[in-house]
Design a protein around this ligand. Structure first.
Ligand SMILES: [Zn+2]
Length: 279
């Protein structure tokens, strides 16, 4: 019994628990929960790479693309989800501050998919974004590779070659992000947004929801402002919009600055993926 009490004392001395203890309240009874409550749902540890290889090696992919089986592209919520990628790599490590300013001014939340290369180039900015409640950080892969169990390519970019590389692409950046944000990210989108169906299933088995989009908002940061505005302006409840915030020279910020006030004026509301998709 003394051991159990000592254990409980230990739990209650953690910073999270301290906030929950009212100093005027009587000492906690022995029936109080031993674990301090947190706002994170308990999730089991993901399988190891060896377990994933053993579980999936017999499966042959049937689909390759943006909208394959197992990949979420819309929600059932009465909100629009805006997702913004930061891809990193040559020419891809900048930050579109004008776009972030627009979101903050309009109070439009967004889920930011960060690639590990972008994070390495922007550590302080990543920490700042992690602290901003308007944003939610998600996993955009380690080397920004299309997620394939058989080495397929997309847009001339070589995909992961096998299950082992799929695991590394997802979990390499998962560890980096978890260190920064203090909890396990819940959503994954690979570089180029291409999956095969087995890689999508592996992503789910690793505890992440594979998420793509209903509306391509900026065509990989290539659309003109009027095209961005027209495409994003089509968004309705349940839609997931993709655009980029790592290309400040693109028209994405200008297009969103046109589309978002219009949508808000029509009564649209926006939610982060964590608010519109069940994990
Ligand atoms: Zn990307």
């Amino acid at each position: 019994m003394a051991t159990a009490d000592a254990g409980q004392q230990e739990e209650l001395s953690t910073p999270e628990a301290t906030l929950l203890v009212d100093p005027a309240a009587p000492a906690p009874s022995r029936t109080a929960p031993a674990e301090a409550p947190t706002d994170e749902p308990h999730r089991p540890a993901p399988p190891t790479k060896q377990q994933i290889i053993a579980e999936f090696s017999a499966r042959k992919p049937q689909e390759w693309g943006l909208h394959v089986t197992g990949v979420v592209t819309r929600s059932a919520a009465g909100q629009i989800a805006l997702t913004l990628d930061a891809c990193g790599g040559p020419g891809g490590t900048a930050c579109d501050q004008q776009l972030l300013t627009t979101l903050r001014k309009l109070n439009v939340p967004a889920t930011l998919f960060l690639n590990e290369r972008w994070i390495q180039a922007n550590p302080a900015l990543t920490a700042e974004l992690a602290r901003d409640p308007l944003f939610e950080l998600a996993n955009h892969g380690f080397l920004h590779r299309p997620l394939s169990v058989s080495g397929k390519s997309a847009y001339g970019i070589a995909g992961t070659a096998d299950i082992s590389q799929v695991y590394d692409e997802v979990m390499g950046n998962q560890a980096v992000l978890q260190d920064i944000i203090g909890h396990v990210p819940g959503f994954f989108r690979p570089g180029t947004a291409y999956f095969d169906d087995v890689a999508a299933a592996i992503t789910r088995r690793l505890g992440l929801l594979p998420v793509n989009f209903t509306i391509n908002g900026d065509g990989g940061a290539t659309f003109a402002p009027s095209t961005v505005a027209a495409e994003v302006g089509k968004a309705r409840n349940g839609d997931i919009v993709i655009a980029h915030f790592n290309k400040p020279g693109s028209a994405t910020a200008a297009g969103l600055a046109q589309a978002l006030p219009r949508l808000l004026g029509q009564g649209a509301t926006f939610g982060k993926l964590g608010a519109v998709l069940p994990l």
